[in-house]
Design a protein around this ligand. Structure first.
Ligand code: SAM
Length: 270
């Protein structure tokens, strides 16, 4: 298998990765045949997967704009992925020049690309770290340099928590991060769920099994279990809802039925 020059030496390119599969769904070019093969297998069960990913990105951009309108100018984006169209630092800086962004991902390819995209920028940086180790994230020099934890921050956990199993206690990780944030901070989150998927759950389960096969299990949680991540936050209107229902400019009837899969929400720390 040919190894493109941009691929960090440390990674095994014969193993699919969540961030590169996602990049493929979004039409990006930073993925390998193993990733495309896994993505196509999942799409045999859920052909609308790219629509879900597009709705997820569109929600994220709306939520970042909302945060800037709330006066927030610092963003901690954990599970940020491979840079693609409409990155957080671009959306944030357009609305609030000088906005600061720290990206965090545990995938070396996502981090290598982020470093390349951010090389000439002073207001954004990237950390290689794992959500399951919140203390290391908070202590990272990039976070200390760019984020003032005494002022409100937007904490983005967009399409990441469904990759953290209950055994690794994602609720404790979110609580630890949240404890470090000033009142008025926002938690911006999306999460996969069988609820609102326009398919029988057994069929959607075939796509979920693909992630199990590549050792990155996708944890489908119920609305109630997703809502528990917002402990200590007041929900911003319209609450925890399917992605196109969160302050979208587009009429819900114009959206693809797949876009309604799973949940999105924003909470404000009390
Ligand atoms: C589906 S992508 C989402 C990218 C971006 N947040 C978005 O919504 O467009 C999920 C990302 O989370 C990262 N990820 C998964 N588990 C993680 C963990 N425990 N710690 C840090 N990053 C993680 C993956 O490497 C991947 O880049």
């Amino acid at each position: 298998m040919e190894r493109p020059a941009w691929v960090p030496r440390s990674i095994d390119i014969s193993v699919p990765s969540v961030s590169r599969i996602y990049d493929f769904y979004l039409g990006g070019s930073h993925n390998f045949e193993v990733d495309r093969e896994a993505a196509r297998r999942a799409m045999e069960f859920m052909p609308g997967l790219p629509k879900i990913m597009q709705a997820n990105r569109a929600f994220m951009r709306r939520a970042v704009r909302f945060a800037t309108e709330e006066g927030i100018d610092q963003f901690l984006d954990i599970g940020s992925g491979i840079p693609t169209f409409g990155n957080v630092h671009e959306v944030a800086a357009r609305a609030r020049p000088g906005a600061r962004v720290v990206y965090v991902d545990h995938d070396p390819v996502a981090v290598a690309h982020s470093e390349a995209v951010l090389a000439d920028l002073d207001d954004a940086d990237v950390v290689v770290a794992d959500l399951r180790g919140p203390r290391e994230i908070l202590a990272a020099p990039q976070v200390e340099r760019l984020i003032d934890l005494n002022r409100p921050v937007a904490l983005l956990l967009v399409a990441i928590l469904h990759f953290v199993e209950d055994a690794d206690d994602p609720y404790a990780a979110v609580a630890e991060l949240s404890d470090a944030l000033a009142p008025g901070s926002l938690l911006v989150l999306t999460h996969a769920s069988y609820e609102h998927v326009p398919l029988p759950a057994e069929q959607a389960g075939g796509a979920v099994d693909v992630y199990k096969d590549i050792r990155n299990p996708l944890i489908m949680r119920s609305r109630d279990d997703i809502a528990r991540f917002f402990k200590g936050y007041d929900m911003v209107e319209p609450g925890l809802v399917p992605m196109p229902r969160w302050r979208s400019e587009q009429a819900p009837e114009d959206e693809d039925p797949y876009a309604f899969s799973g949940y999105a929400g924003v909470g404000r720390k009390a």
